[in-house]
Each structure stands twice: as structure tokens, then as C-alpha cells.
Design a protein around this ligand. Structure first.
Ligand code: AHR
Length: 658
């Protein structure tokens, strides 16, 4: 009888020319596949000044005088300054010698320009530190300043202090300074004062005292907080292409990124020169944010760590010559790097690498469960390189899940070749990458519906909507990411993790966009894509629920009016996610099936990200950091069928209770 009434109502509505509500059928008969805690995560790569000049809170550029083209790059020397190379840290041997300029009215010293300037806040505490000695013995004095050289005032400095250096031995000195102004682009200035005794300086450093979790070699608080607030289940690091290197010498070498920071050797950053139209000749990796810090951050933000290591292939985009890569019979050191990393993360404190971890301050294991081997690799050479890694890791650490890759493309020749290869090799997960335009995202809602449930799991390891002609962050692109993610959620039995990329970008130092979080030296903002990721993380739920419209999953398919939807269970709560990618508001009914006769579902609340026509291609910005934010909304109803609406260009989460 009820069916007849509904049918009659539908016929009347359609006769009257009115749009019928879309009925979303959500089955509560049984909880579907469990949703992995790792499903929504983050991808970190040192691109766009994400590490030095970004998340890593060091404010001094080229602190160890190791930049290879010019040991004083980033510095302005005045008076008598000499660069020497027999310093106390074997892997960073350069340092500077400051000597008497030879006239009482002249000065010797150095300015450091920082990364796009040194951003400081009025009244905040900054820790200046330096390794120093007086080579001839006795003592010397340094004046340390933060300065504004553009100031029209009587003096340049924002704060000033003096440091006394004593004796011939290298020692670490430090001062806490408090600038009296907020300034985005100050400089650090060091003067030799007093008797101007010859003084040697190495590893000149300046950090805010108030870092994330207060670590001395710490992270910028607002940026780390933006990661924490995502509650990411998985944390992939350190990239991306920098894992591979333009050549194998410059690949990310995790062993160089641990131990005392003063002795972590500098590495080139390939994003310095990858795009000559946005060229950054001062972009290097200090490794100050290294693997210990990555593991520690994973723990602090509650994520599973997922390190990716080189498989012995240098970046294949940049190297056609086979000689650029490591031959198979010389792969052992690379394999050993992977085994040693597992020991560094998980080994006992009396194992060689477990000891390094313990000495750095973390005797307890980091409990790493995953490792990725290779980034965007392709051709037969990749499975050939991966296979010996798999054998060695399986043999020594059967508990570790290994992630392989399907190459740089979301489909096509290499993708079609590599997926079966990953199955043959029994990789645990396959890393897929897709930076794709609107149409691709609109057409891929059902991408994972027919993936083989018996093969490796999917790690959607790098993705973002890159609009043709609009390759910047904007609402509409993020909305399509939200739409696509309904398909990830619906297929949580085969997709184990997904990470948007890249994560960070400095507004003055980017090479690649869109990105998830932007900043200058003092401020940061979270993009609409960040909010999409955050909402998925917050409303992850515990199990998938079957949701269909006219018997089919809601994937933006023809006849579905640009709607995408998925649903999950979380205890007695139900989260229904609906993305309306069109310009018209659409009425929907949430129709719950599989309930016991008298059982009801009740609307609780909703949260929504939405936009209007004029703002579709805009995003948050440094000046309008909260232009787009999710807003709570109410919808009402109790029963088996609840009416709601999906406004134009919106991503809504309907929270209900059973
Ligand atoms: O995320 C930026 C780059 O995109 C990554 O380094 C690489 O893996 C991909 O090509």
C-alpha cells in the first residue's frame, strides 16, 4: 500500500513538472566493511619550502655554511670574514672566522636573511644558538640582533644581546631574545664587539622557543597544529620525487637525516630547479627535519608512520640513461637501508640503529608497520628492483607491510602493466597517483567499485584536482575531491589509505599548486581541500553502510544529477555524506532500510561546506583565512525516511542516530 502511495505521489509530482527528491537508500541491515584507521592521512614532501622555511621552525638559512655554490649564500658578510673548512662537524666542515676589521670604526660580522626574511612576533622568545670558539684562546664578545633594515627609526634592531665566547674549544652557546615588534621580514645580525678577538662560528641557529610540543629542534606550531587537527590516520614521508633524487647521490638518504643536527649533511633539493619558471637557487635540505622528527611527529599527531625509500632508481622523469640507476647486482646497500630503517624505528635499544633512536630521545619503538619502496617508478625495471627488497623484508620482518607503486598515472600503459606486477609480487599495497582535472574527478566516483578484493590494497598516495587553466586552490576543485572521496569511503575494504598532495606551500616559495596548507613567515591558512580532508577524518566512522539510489551507488553517474554519496556507521551514529556538484539545490530523502519494525532513525545535526557561484574559484587566503569553513546546519525528522536538501555546490554530512 505504502509503495502505491509513493508511486502516486511521484507521478503527480512529475506531472506537475516538479523535481522529485532523490531517494538515497541506506541499509542498516548489517554493518559493512570496517573502515581502516589509516584511510585518511597526510603526505609530506619537502616541496614549496615545506621543511626548511616551513614546518621546520629553524629561521636561519644556510646555518652551517654548507651551500655548495657559495658557502655564504643567505648571509651578508661585512669586515673581515673568512670561510674555513676544518670545523668540528665532519659532515658539515665549513664555518666562519670573524676577525678584527683593522680599524676601530669598522665592523666585522654577518647578516642572515632567513627564508624570505625572518618572521618574528613581538615579545615572543627566540633561542639563538651557535657553536663557537676563540682560536687564540681568551674571550671574545658577539652582539646578536634581530633587525629591520628597512626601518626609518633611529636604530634597526628589534632586540639586542651580547654573547661571551671563551676558550679554544668548540662549545655550544645560546641566548634567549625577545623582539619588541612583530615583523615578517627581519634579519639576524651578528657583530664582533669588545676587543674583537678572532672568533669562529658554526651552526648558527635561531628557533622560536614556542615550537610544537616545545621541542628544541622543533616544528612551527601553527603548521603542526594544522596537521594534528586533521587527525590523520597515516603519515607518508619524506615524499614524493625527493625520495628518488635527480640522481642517486641526491636521493633522500634517511641515514643522513638522523643523529645530532649539526652533523646531518646538507642535501640538494630537486625542487630548486625542477621548474625553471619558478627557480629557487637557495633551496636545499638541511635534514634538520629528519626521520626521527618524522616518526616523532607521527606519534604526536596519532598517525601510523609510512616512510618511503628509494628502490635504487633515480627519478625516471629526469633520467633516460640506464646508468643513472643502481644495477640489480649492486642493490644491497639500498636494501640494507630499508632493513636498517625498520631497526631504527622498531629495534631494541641495544641494536645498532635502535641505539641511535634511543640516543636521540626515544627508547621505545615507534611501532612502524608500513614501508614504501620506490615512488613514481615504471617499466620492468621497477618490479625487478622491488622484488629483492620484498624478499629481504618478508624474510626479516614479515610483520611489515610493503607498499609498491603503479607509476605516475591514474590509468594507461604503465598503470595497466604495474598493477598485475604488484599482484604477482604480492605487494601489500599499491601507491596510485592522480593529479587530474575536473572531468576526471567527476567521472571516477565508481573507480574502486570493481577492484579485485583479493589483490593488494590501494594507497591513493598523491591526489588533488588540478583544474585546467585554474591550477590553484579553489572551492570547486576541492568539492570534486570531496565527491571522489565518497568512492574511497564506499570502497574502504580495498582502499586502505589515501593522502592528498602536496601538503604545504610557502606563498613566496612554491613550485607546485594546489596544496593543502599555505603560509608566509608569520601566518598560515587551511584551504577548502584541508576542510574536506578534515571532515572525512572527523566523520570517518567504523564501518561502511550500503547506500544506493535506484539500486546503484551514487557516483555522479548519468541520471544521478551530479550527486555523489556514501554512508558510514559509528556506534549508534550514522554519517551520510552527500556532494552536490551542480548549480541547483536538490532535495533528497534518506531512506533507511533493514531496520527492525519499530526502530527509527533520528536526525541529529549536519555540517556543510558550500559556496555560491561568485566564489567557486576562490579559496581561503592569508588575509581571509576563514572565508570558507564548514558550518553546522539543522535538519529534522524521525522515522525510516527523512527529508533533507543538498544545496548547490555543497558537501554535506548528515548526522543521524539509530
Ligand atoms: O607532489 C608533487 C610530486 O608529484 C611528487 O613529488 C611526485 O611523486 C609527483 O609527481
Amino acid at each position: 500500500m505504502r509503495k502505491i502511495v509513493l508511486l502516486l505521489a511521484a507521478t503527480l509530482l512529475s506531472l506537475a513538472g516538479m523535481a522529485q527528491p532523490h531517494q538515497l537508500d541506506i541499509s542498516l541491515k548489517k554493518a559493512g566493511a570496517p573502515i581502516p584507521s589509516t584511510l585518511y592521512g597526510i603526505f609530506f614532501e619537502d616541496i614549496n619550502y615545506a621543511a626548511d622555511g616551513g614546518l621546520y621552525a629553524e629561521l636561519v638559512k644556510n646555518r652551517s655554511f654548507e651551500f655548495p655554490n657559495d658557502a655564504l649564500q643567505g648571509w651578508k658578510a661585512f669586515g673581515k670574514v673568512e670561510v674555513r673548512n676544518d670545523g668540528p662537524f665532519a659532515r658539515n666542515p665549513h664555518y666562519v672566522r670573524l676577525s678584527n676589521p683593522g680599524h676601530p670604526h669598522k665592523w666585522t660580522g654577518l647578516d642572515n636573511e632567513g627564508f624570505f626574511g625572518i618572521g618574528v612576533q613581538e615579545g615572543a622568545a627566540y633561542r639563538f644558538s651557535v657553536w663557537a670558539r676563540v682560536p687564540d684562546g681568551g674571550k671574545s664578545m658577539l652582539r646578536i640582533e634581530l633587525a629591520n633594515t628597512a626601518s626609518m627609526g633611529e636604530n634597526h634592531f628589534l632586540c639586542q644581546d651580547t654573547l661571551t665566547v671563551t676558550g679554544k674549544e668548540w662549545k655550544k652557546y645560546q641566548l634567549i631574545i625577545h623582539p619588541d615588534q612583530t615583523l615578517e621580514k627581519s634579519i639576524l645580525r651578528i657583530f664582533l664587539v669588545g676587543d674583537r678577538a678572532t672568533t669562529d662560528l658554526e651552526h648558527v641557529s635561531l628557533f622560536p622557543v614556542d615550537t610544537w610540543m616545545g621541542h628544541e629542534n622543533g616544528l612551527r606550531k601553527d603548521l603542526a597544529q594544522a596537521l594534528y587537527d586533521l587527525h590523520p590516520g597515516i603519515f607518508r614521508f619524506p615524499g614524493g620525487c625527493i625520495v628518488e633524487g635527480t640522481d642517486l647521490q641526491t636521493r633522500y638518504n634517511w641515514k643522513n637525516s638522523v643523529g645530532p643536527v649539526e652533523n646531518r649533511p646538507l642535501n640538494e633539493n630537486r625542487w630548486e630547479y625542477t621548474f625553471p619558471l619558478r627557480f629557487y637557487p637557495d633551496y636545499y635540505q638541511s635534514y634538520g627535519l629528519g626521520f626521527y622528527e618524522f616518526f616523532q611527529l607521527s606519534e604526536e599527531i596519532g598517525s601510523e608512520p609510512l616512510p618511503i625509500l628509494s628502490c635504487g632508481l633515480a627519478c625516471q622523469f629526469q633520467n633516460e640513461n640506464a646508468n643513472a640507476h643502481c644495477p640489480l647486482d649492486e642493490l644491497q646497500p639500498f636494501i640494507q637501508d630499508a632493513l636498517d630503517l625498520i631497526e631504527f624505528a622498531n629495534g631494541p635499544v641495544d641494536s645498532p640503529w635502535g641505539k641511535v633512536r634511543a640516543e636521540m630521545g626515544h627508547p621505545a619503538p615507534f611501532n612502524m608497520k608500513y614501508i614504501g619502496i620506490g615512488n613514481e617508478q615504471w617499466d620492468a625495471t621497477y618490479p625487478e628492483h622491488l622484488e629483492p627488497f620484498l624478499k629481504a623484508i618478508r624474510n626479516a620482518h614479515p610483520e611489515i607491510k610493503v607498499v609498491g607503486t603503479s607509476g605516475p598515472d591514474s590509468e594507461g600503459k604503465q598503470f595497466d602493466y604495474l598493477w598485475p606486477e604488484m599482484k604477482r609480487l604480492k605487494a601489500d599495497l599499491v601507491d596510485e597517483h592522480f593529479y587530474r582535472p575536473y572531468n576526471w574527478f567527476l567521472s571516477q566516483g565508481a573507480r574502486y567499485d570493481n577492484y579485485d578484493r583479493k589483490g593488494p590494497k590501494v594507497f591513493a598516495g598523491e591526489y588533488a584536482c588540478h583544474a585546467k587553466g585554474k591550477k590553484w586552490n579553489h572551492f570547486y576543485a576541492s568539492l570534486l575531491e570531496a565527491a571522489f572521496m565518497t568512492g574511497i569511503e564506499r570502497n574502504a575494504d580495498v582502499v586502505e589509505m589515501a593522502t592528498y598532495a602536496p601538503l604545504f606551500a610557502h606563498v613566496e616559495g612554491w613550485q607546485w599548486r594546489p596544496d593543502l596548507i599555505w603560509y608566509d613567515n608569520l601566518r598560515s591558512f587551511r584551504t577548502v581541500s584541508w576542510h574536506v580532508q578534515q571532515l572525512y577524518g572527523q566523520y570517518r566512522g567504523s564501518n561502511c553502510l550500503n547506500l544506493t539510489m535506484n539500486g546503484a551507488p551514487v557516483t555522479g553517474a548519468e541520471g544521478q544529477d551530479g550527486l555523489f554519496a556514501s554512508a558510514v556507521l559509528d556506534g549508534n551514529k550514522i554519517y551520510v555524506k552527500v556532494v552536490n556538484t551542480t548549480e541547483k539545490e536538490q532535495d533528497i530523502t534518506l531512506n533507511f532500510t533493514g531496520l527492525k519494525k519499530k526502530a527509527l532513525v533520528k536526525a541529529v545535526t549536519g555540517v556543510r561546506l558550500s559556496s555560491c557561484e561568485g566564489k567557486l574559484y576562490k579559496d581561503n587566503s592569508l588575509d581571509q583565512a576563514t572565508l570558507f569553513q564548514p558550518a553546522a546546519f539543522t535538519f529534522e525528522g524521525e522515522g525510516k525516511c527523512i527529508s533533507a536538501s543538498a544545496p548547490a555546490y555543497s558537501f554535506s554530512i548528515y548526522v543521524l542516530e539509530k
